[in-house]
Design a protein around this ligand. Structure first.
Ligand code: PMP
Length: 390
């Protein structure tokens, strides 16, 4: 018999009593933006597959071809026998695309952020982190053992004050999402680079939600704003707009060599499976050569944003394909999510600790492949939910 401290059900009950219980919702079948949940066809309105590439035939064919040629798994960590030519080719392609000397792929965005922060800063250093940064950046900051200064969201003046106060730190690193994952707004990257440069700090940008979505070639917000060369670390994921799985870090040759030597989440894990590498590589080609997908994504985001505003929803300005529909209370957010599901629309409710207390919301995300009739269906379901709640 285990002692009472091991009563895990008590703990779960406590989470559920606070309206914060989570459970996995199973997708039984998927075809682009239409999925089957609980036996019914449902419109997908909360995927990060912004360009609809996860089910693109070219990516699927590339994944199959890579698995056939290289195997189902890479068999080992990259530093042992798991560094295959296909990894190297993807890294070269990403480096060229991101206009960087080199790139390195990681097993996930979570791994990449932990690994970079732990490798670059430590005791005696200072990290400056936006209050709404992704959990993986927050955890990376903690793991690094550097002094962590959290500045109010997108507040460049506050960042500058924090940088001045920490002038004694050995290395200073400013770290920010470029597109904030739960709010969809964009970081003031040019101002952040200015302030960082004035204070001798380097900048790390998480382009998870900007890769494939911003910039003339889809390389991200750094490309869109012409900030190449002013950002030390550009990190992005392969599992969102690129429709595959994994992540990259792009930067100088020394940065990449240091990561290979020091980033524990790179060193001590198995290399990305060939199928994921093959699909990501095909995705980079599609993203670079089909800007019309980005145009359709933006048109779709404008359409649904406009419909929600006209329907009485209080929406923040449109800055990305992520549209938070603010609710506030945890249970009400989940009730709205269920209400929409009953009408065949899936927009996941997001609650603490993913977002701050009292800011529960539905995180609506658009895809380039949403059709006009699907967007009309989505808008109608939201308006219906609002009428019913009134
Ligand atoms: N950074 C941001 C901003 C993210 O939104 C995410 C994923 N939600 C990650 C990093 C982690 O990426 P991955 O899913 O590849 O671990």
């Amino acid at each position: 018999m285990l002692p009472p401290v091991w009563d895990l059900d008590d703990e779960l009950e406590d989470i559920r009593a606070r309206g914060l219980g989570r459970r996995l919702r199973t997708i039984d079948a998927c075809r682009d933006s239409e999925v089957a949940i609980d036996g019914r066809s449902t419109l997908l309105l909360c995927s990060n597959d912004y360009l609809g590439l996860a089910t693109d035939e070219r990516l699927i064919a590339a994944a199959c071809a890579a698995a056939e040629r290289w195997g189902a798994g890479s068999g080992s960590s990259r530093l042992i026998s798991g560094s295959l030519r296909i990894h190297r080719e993807l890294e070269e392609k990403i480096a060229e695309w991101k206009k960087s000397e080199r790139a390195l792929v990681f097993s996930s965005g979570y791994h990449a952020n932990l690994g970079v922060l732990q490798a670059l800063v430590g005791r005696g250093d200072a990290v400056f982190s936006d209050a709404l940064n992704h959990a993986s950046l927050i955890d990376g900051c903690r793991l690094s053992r550097a002094a962590v200064h959290v500045y109010p969201h997108a507040d460049v003046a506050a960042l500058e004050r924090a940088l001045s106060v920490a002038s004694g730190a050995r290395r200073k690193l400013v770290v920010t999402d470029s597109v904030f994952s739960m709010d969809g707004d964009r970081a003031p990257l040019a101002d952040i680079c200015d302030v960082a440069e004035r204070h001798g700090a380097a900048v790390m940008v998480d382009e998870a939600h900007a890769t494939g979505v911003f910039g003339p070639s889809g390389a991200g917000l750094v490309e869109e704003l012409g900030l190449d060369g002013r950002v030390l670390v550009q990190m992005g994921t392969l599992g969102k707009a690129l429709g595959s799985f994994g992540a990259y870090v792009a930067g100088s040759a020394s940065l990449v060599d240091l990561l290979v030597n020091r980033a524990r989440t790179f060193i001590f894990t198995t290399g990305l499976p060939p199928a994921a590498v093959g699909a990501a590589s095909a995705a980079v080609d599609v993203v670079r050569t089909e800007p019309e997908r980005r145009a359709r994504l933006w048109a779709n985001a404008r359409t649904l944003h406009g419909a929600l505003v006209r329907g009485g929803y209080r929406m923040a300005a449109l800055e990305s394909p992520i549209l938070p529909v603010m609710v506030g209370d945890e249970r009400r957010a989940m009730a709205l999510c269920e209400h929409l599901l009953e009408r065949g629309v899936f927009a996941q409710g997001i609650r603490p600790p993913t977002v701050p207390e009292g800011t529960s919301r539905l995180r609506v995300t658009l895809m380039a492949t949403h059709r006009p009739d699907q967007l009309e269906r989505a808008a109608a379901a939201f308006l219906d939910a609002r009428r019913e709640a009134a």
